[in-house]
Design a protein around this ligand. Structure first.
Ligand SMILES: O=C(O)CCC(=O)C(=O)O
Length: 336
């Protein structure tokens, strides 16, 4: 117990409680009333509050608390305004979005959108199927994640679950699971099969509208996702914007805006500690969208997303844009 606390004979938890409420911006009079209701005399309450506000630690903490309160207020305003939309849980579907509009409206505005006429123009659309990949690249040895169901943190521990297999065998495994849903095996982005193997040639089948991509630089900035129905990528966000092309099968996306800052509570790395398929997320607003084959979803940086494959699926995630697209500082671990 500090000297002042001993002199004032007020329990340390009241000091902490009063300091916390002062930092939250609760008026001193209100705090004093509550202290008195708890049996602290009016003189003691007054002395306690003035000792706290004079303390150098409190003086140092106050501007940080004010700044945090301003940001909380702004986040609350954004939540309130988002809920005013006619369809607050939907994501607009658009066609004919130019590179300029993508950048000015959706990237700069940090707004998700489903583009319905981007993937449909790729030579990949209608061509890429699990059978096609197996026929063309069956001998290629690829890295895939397996044994995912035995580990609650399978995605965070992707490296531990990685094994090499000829693509033909992996596709046969997907075909063998045609009548079930499984999350046990999945070729995920960080297996980097496009850079590491001949599968990079698949990018010849991807042609983006002008202004969408940095000089068509796709290799090294694209990720192939291939798996059966039932794969689940847990709720997380990325530190770059992503254009997610759904080439084959359907995927269900649940998306949550970055201003839902409560998701940082309990987050590990970029994974939220919550599961929108199990937890009641309200009042957090969840956008829920099914990507059909041929849809592309623009996932703005910082948006939380949870992804379930509704069918056997092939997707291509692209994070090459004609502007800076690496926001590695935007990580929960950097808050401290
Ligand atoms: O398709 C998936 O399973 C996950 C995609 C994803 O989370 C991403 O591209 O960031």
């Amino acid at each position: 117990m500090g000297e002042q606390e001993r002199e004032l004979e007020v329990a340390p938890e009241w000091w902490r409680w009063a300091a916390e409420n002062l930092l939250r911006g609760v008026p001193e009079g209100q705090i004093s009333e509550q202290l008195q209701a708890a049996g602290v005399s009016s003189t003691q309450a007054g002395e306690l509050l003035s000792a706290i506000v004079r303390s150098p630690i409190f003086v140092a903490a106050r501007p940080f608390a004010r700044s945090a309160r301003r940001h909380e207020m702004l986040a609350r305003l954004q939540q309130r305004m988002a809920s005013v939309a006619c369809d607050p849980t939907g994501i607009p579907r658009r066609s004919g979005v130019s590179g300029e509009e993508l950048r000015d409206v959706y990237v700069a505005g940090n707004i998700p959108v489903v583009l319905t006429d981007v993937v449909t123009r790729w030579p990949a659309f209608g061509r890429w199927t699990p059978a096609y990949l197996s026929e063309r690249f069956g001998d290629v040895v690829v890295d895939v994640t397996t044994g995912r169901q035995s580990d609650p943190d399978y995605d965070m521990h992707a490296a531990r679950h990685t094994e090499s297999t000829p693509l033909r065998d992996f596709v046969a495994r997907i075909a063998g699971a045609a009548n079930e849903e499984t999350n046990d095996f999945y070729m995920v982005a960080n297996n980097r099969v496009l850079e590491r193997t001949k599968l990079g040639a698949l990018l010849d089948d991807v042609v983006l509208p002008d202004g969408y991509c940095a000089a068509q630089r796709l290799l090294g900035a694209s990720a192939l996702w291939l798996g059966p129905a039932g794969t689940v990528t847990p709720l997380h966000y990325d530190t770059s914007n992503i254009l997610f092309g759904q080439v084959y099968g359907r995927k269900r996306y649940r998306m949550i805006a970055p201003f839902e800052t409560s998701l940082f509570d309990g987050a590990r790395a970029m994974y939220a500690g919550r599961d929108p398929e199990k937890d009641p997320m309200a009042p957090v607003l969840v956008k829920d969208v099914v990507l059909e084959p041929g849809d592309a979803l623009f996932i703005p940086v910082g948006w939380w997303h949870h992804v379930r494959a509704l069918d056997a699926s092939i997707s291509l995630g692209i994070n090459s844009f004609p502007f800076h697209n690496d926001f590695d500082w935007y990580r929960p671990s950097n808050i401290g």
